[in-house]
Design a protein around this ligand. Structure first.
Ligand SMILES: C[S@@+](CC[C@H](N)C(=O)[O-])C[C@H]1O[C@@H](n2cnc3c(N)ncnc32)[C@H](O)[C@@H]1O
Length: 275
């Protein structure tokens, strides 16, 4: 789904140089399988070939950073070229960047902070969902720290797990600038969290769970204490959802909803962990 978080014409594919290995691994694979690009009459590999043709150093970076994607890059680079105009290549570059906009904003945290679901979000929605006072909290896939910093105003300590280096650095700079003493920023994939079992009173996430529900919820449950809470607290966007997420309700999550300041219907979720 196109979210229009950025105007891709303002960016270049140089931003790939800021992407982590896991993101490159995700991008340089056959997305056509999901009919994402072909549904728009585009061939992903051809668009990528055109987009990258003027950026051999970006291709070199991807080869070094994610060598497991060498076959995909070989295929792109073997596509016959020479007939492409500057305009055509730029159009493909913009097209690719717009479709990969979520990754682009991860490289520009200040831009990410201004996207629909973050910019006007009110932390009261988090506080209504769960008691954070004095608690040990994990925020999974923290991004710019929307939930982690809100939780830190009440919690004893918050661990902000985030797999994007640019975003980890953004949060660390904020912690330093604002002298926030109870937030610790670490790496971490929702399916493979770098914590022992049964540690956290509350495990938070927002806009992270959803690709692999079973594994993601199992891993969040593993690091939560018996009697602790899993909380999914989404931001305030404009999408007019009409029902809660069945994948979550069927796994025992309670849901709450409110109309957001952006005009959308927002569903939030929580589940007590009983081991
Ligand atoms: C849409 S943003 C949401 C950021 C933040 N949770 C919020 O709601 O404001 C998704 C975040 O999840 C992170 N992410 C992506 N894949 C992830 C994974 N497999 N495990 C953990 N975090 C992931 C991204 O780097 C990004 O920071």
């Amino acid at each position: 789904m196109l979210l229009n978080w950025i105007d891709a014409s303002q960016y270049t594919i140089d931003c790939f140089l800021l992407f982590d290995r896991w993101a490159l691994r995700w991008i340089f694979t056959d997305l056509n399988k999901a009919n994402w690009f072909s549904s728009e009459g585009r061939d992903y590999k051809l668009e990528m070939a055109k987009a990258l043709f003027r950026y051999p150093y970006v291709v070199n970076y991807v080869r070094r950073k994610a060598p497991e994607r060498a076959d995909f890059l070989d295929e792109i680079q073997s596509i016959p070229h020479g007939e492409w105009s500057e305009e055509e290549m730029r159009e493909s570059e913009t097209y690719i960047l717009q479709r990969l906009e979520s990754f682009v904003v991860y490289a520009y945290p200040e831009v990410m902070n201004e996207v629909n679901y973050i910019r006007n979000w009110d932390s009261k929605y988090l506080y209504e969902l769960v008691d954070l006072d004095g608690k040990l909290v994990l925020d999974v896939g923290s991004g710019t720290g929307r939930l982690a910093f809100a939780a830190a105003r009440k919690a004893k300590r918050v661990y902000a797990s985030e797999p994007c280096d640019c975003l980890r650095e953004y949060m660390r700079d904020k912690i330093k600038a604002e002298q926030i003493g109870n937030v610790k920023v670490l790496d971490g994939d929702v399916k493979d969290l770098p914590y022992e079992d049964d540690i956290f009173d509350v495990v938070l996430s927002g806009h992270v769970v959803g690709d692999f529900y079973e594994e993601e919820i199992a891993e969040m449950t593993r690091v939560a204490k018996n009697g602790g809470w899993l909380v999914i607290c989404n931001g305030d966007d404009e999408f007019k959802r009409t029902a809660p997420d069945e994948e979550l309700t069927s796994r025992g999550f309670e849901w709450f909803r409110h109309e957001s300041i952006e005009g959308g219907m927002i569903y939030n979720y929580r589940k007590q962990v009983l081991k």
